[in-house]
Design a protein around this ligand. Structure first.
Ligand SMILES: CC(C)(COP(=O)(O)OP(=O)(O)OC[C@H]1O[C@@H](n2cnc3c(N)ncnc32)[C@H](O)[C@@H]1OP(=O)(O)O)[C@@H](O)C(=O)NCCC(=O)NCCS
Length: 325
């Protein structure tokens, strides 16, 4: 059976670091509160003029290099983002031009923090059916431009980054993406979102508030804890596996407490989960691919290891995936 394998991973984070101590000077917060409630110590902020597709291109180049794939070999590019360069064209089109992937068709997926998982699952369908041989999936966000920097309840949470995966058909039996499970509950659109499109040309504060992140944090927290363990269990069952078979968890890094409690419910030790929320905060669709890239480059993932993925975001959208490395 043809399965999708990950041929290479890559990531990019902008140079500017915004620490909790920096935030203490901007809003009425304190570092101890932020760390105890979220696990976040610092986050990265894109430079003025640095676009989402610039960051996506940097991550993509890393992933292509690791995979040994030339950009012209790509047949498909999917960018998961809620902060693309323009309302239209898609961020994926800007990215295609920047990396010279002239043979790829390219489009965006809007599924917030679950976007990379959705994009991975879409690319998987094209690869499994033989329509596509080389796909690039990127999660990239400049959330700093949609954060309300006067609202302490949200501004401490988010950061900018990009992560990428190069995918292709696997040749070894039993290896690759074993299952994906995606869900949406549109009755929850009011608990997390950005009501209006933002202006990507603006780097700093812009007039009006409708393009800023709005969140009812406590409700999001409860929903995440209810849905994440369930979807991972489902994805594992689809792959004929159980929680005890999991060697690594690659989780969307929204909140360390959400990850800890979800894994406790699943009965998977926290040591199996690569954590980087302390350094990046919540980077939405970029979060999962940068986490996978870090674990990969650290040599943590061994051939044959079972990896469970989980993510949840605005919509609410959520999903789980299982792959054998
Ligand atoms: C946002 C979140 C960290 C808040 O933690 P919480 O324990 O639910 O805290 P609450 O919202 O109940 O607020 C508790 C108190 O802390 C205060 N507070 C909120 N943000 C604060 C901050 N940055 N610094 C200091 N105090 C803060 C609140 O005003 C409140 O004060 P009060 O008790 O005087 O009213 C938590 O709800 C969360 O992580 N939710 C999920 C968010 C998420 O992951 N979103 C993205 C999903 S993809």
């Amino acid at each position: 059976m043809l399965r999708t394998v990950i041929l290479g991973t890559g990531s990019y984070a902008p140079a500017k670091v915004l620490t909790n101590a920096d935030l203490e000077k901007m809003v009425a917060t304190n570092g101890a509160w932020i760390v105890s409630r979220t696990g976040i110590e610092e986050r990265r902020i894109a430079a003025p003029g640095e676009s989402t597709s610039d960051m996506a291109a940097a991550a993509a180049k890393n992933a292509l290099e690791l995979a040994g794939v030339d950009p012209r070999e790509l047949d498909l590019i999917i960018v998961a983002t809620v902060t693309g360069d323009a309302q239209t064209p898609a961020c994926a089109a800007f990215l295609q031009a920047k990396i010279g992937a002239e043979n790829a068709f390219a489009f965006d997926v809007s599924a917030a923090c679950a976007g990379s998982l959705y994009a991975l699952s879409i690319a998987d369908q094209f690869i499994k059916t033989g329509k596509v041989r080389r796909a690039l999936v990127v999660g990239a966000e400049t959330l700093s431009r949609v954060v309300d920097w006067t609202n302490r309840e949200t501004c401490v949470l988010f950061g900018d980054a990009a992560g990428a995966m190069v995918l292709g058909p696997g040749e070894e039996e039993g290896r690759g993406l074993l299952s994906t499970s995606l869900r949406t509950d549109g009755t929850l659109t009011t608990i997390l979102g950005i009501p209006r499109a933002y202006d990507p040309r603006q780097d700093g504060p812009t007039p009006g508030e409708a393009h800023k992140i709005k969140m009812r944090g406590r409700e999001v927290y409860k929903v995440a804890l209810r849905l994440l363990p369930e979807i991972v269990t489902e994805a594992l069952a689809m792959a004929g596996l159980e929680a005890k078979d999991v060697d690594h968890v690659i989780a969307h890094q929204a909140n360390a407490r959400i990850i800890e409690a979800s894994l406790a419910q699943l009965g998977v030790p926290l040591e199996k989960c690569w954590m980087n929320i302390s350094r990046f905060g919540n980077t939405s669709s970029a979060s999962m691919p940068i986490t996978l890239d870090e674990a990969n480059r650290a040599g943590r993932l061994k051939k044959g290891d079972v990896i469970a993925m989980m993510a949840i975001g605005a919509g609410m959208t959520w999903g789980g995936a299982v792959l054998r490395w």
